[in-house]
Design a protein around this ligand. Structure first.
Ligand SMILES: NC(=O)c1ccc[n+]([C@@H]2O[C@H](COP(=O)([O-])OP(=O)(O)OC[C@H]3O[C@@H](n4cnc5c(N)ncnc54)[C@H](O)[C@@H]3O)[C@@H](O)[C@H]2O)c1
Ligand SMILES: [Zn+2]
Length: 301
């Protein structure tokens, strides 16, 4: 369930997990608080193990609830720990970044990284609720806001109403609410990503490769992915040149990085791949397309 309300960090009877930066900003302290490092570094077996040990020390049983206050890095890590600890303990996600509000806190995908493979280990975990308090965005820096706007650009290409809201200058809270409910409705229809939910991975094949190799924020990498994958779709005749040019134009306000051969090599580990071919979700059908790496290099470099 997604609710929009002011978050009160004084949940004394719950176990709260956040990151060091958010804890400092919002004075989240106490015996019931576990601190992860900032950003992607949290998404590791080491911190999942540390969390599970802390849950044991706190005598958390499966009837308890964990509160994850943070961005996608906190949510993905805590979500994975909650999904495996005693075979599942409920989670309340309190997203504090724009990416987490419109995307990562919703849908039940959890993951950690391993051996330079993003989201290599993870689970689907549906025992969660989400409380969105957009006041958290007041302290978010411009780079992380741009990252969230990157995911919103993806939604604009998938949902006419989101595109209309953004194009007509609707306020951010309205856009966030529509994106969150849109994602939840797609995930309700296709929880295990067998069909419609795949569309949400648009921009993410190239995006994840660039995120890993450049260390740029997730949504900024997705915008780069949108730009390159839209060009790919046009070259494959899946969309018109005008369509590609329009959406590439919409990426102009973001930081765009050159795509290299080494980055494309990283796509061989993408979760959408089948029998060695690289999996993409491309406009305008937003269905999975498979391409051999050689062909991909020829088309994109
Ligand atoms: N599970 C999913 O469905 C899903 C979807 C999208 C992204 N993700 C994952 O989410 C991760 C990215 O998450 P993210 O973009 O939310 O970033 P993040 O969680 O890595 O946080 C980025 C930075 O923002 C800081 N921060 C967080 N909230 C803040 C606030 N309110 N004020 C000031 N600073 C704040 C953090 O301390 C951190 O330094 C990636 O690993 C990505 O793969 C998962
Ligand atoms: Zn994403």
């Amino acid at each position: 369930m997604i609710t929009f309300q002011k978050f009160q960090p004084s949940c004394r009877d719950a176990l709260v997990v956040t990151d060091e930066h958010i804890a400092r900003l919002y004075d989240i302290v106490g015996d019931n608080v576990f601190l992860l490092p900032r950003g992607e570094r949290a998404k590791s077996f080491a911190f999942v193990e540390a969390l599970c040990r802390w849950f044991i020390a706190k005598r958390l049983d499966p009837s308890g609830k964990v509160v994850a206050v943070g961005g996608g890095s906190v949510g993905d890590t805590v979500g994975f720990a909650c999904s495996v600890y005693k075979r599942g303990v409920s989670l309340l996600q309190v997203p504090t970044t724009l990416v987490a509000m419109v995307d990562s806190s919703i849908g039940g995908k959890t993951a950690i990284d391993l051996d330079n493979v993003k989201n290599a280990v993870g689970s689907y975990f549906f025992s969660y609720d989400v409380v969105i308090d957009t006041d958290f965005l007041r302290t978010l820096d411009d780079i992380q806001m741009a990252s969230g706007r990157g995911e919103i650009l993806k939604y604009r290409m998938l949902d006419e109403e989101i595109n209309r809201l953004v194009s007509t200058g609707a306020d951010l809270d309205t856009v966030i609410a529509r994106c969150a409910h849109y994602k939840q409705s797609v995930c309700d229809e296709d929880p295990f990503c067998k069909g419609k939910r795949n569309a949400l991975n648009f921009g993410h094949t190239v995006g994840h490769a660039m995120e890993l190799s450049l260390g740029i924020p997730h949504g900024v990498a997705v915008v780069n992915g949108i730009r390159y994958e839209t060009a790919l779709a046009a070259k494959l005749g899946l969309c018109t040149e005008q369509y590609a040019e329009f959406w590439q134009g919409e990426t102009n306000g973001f930081d765009i990085y050159p795509l290299t051969e080494q980055m494309l090599e990283l796509t061989v580990q993408d979760k959408k791949n089948v029998e060695g071919a690289v999996g993409f979700v491309l406009p305008t059908s937003f269905e999975k397309v498979l391409l051999p790496l050689d062909k991909l290099k020829k088309l994109l470099l």
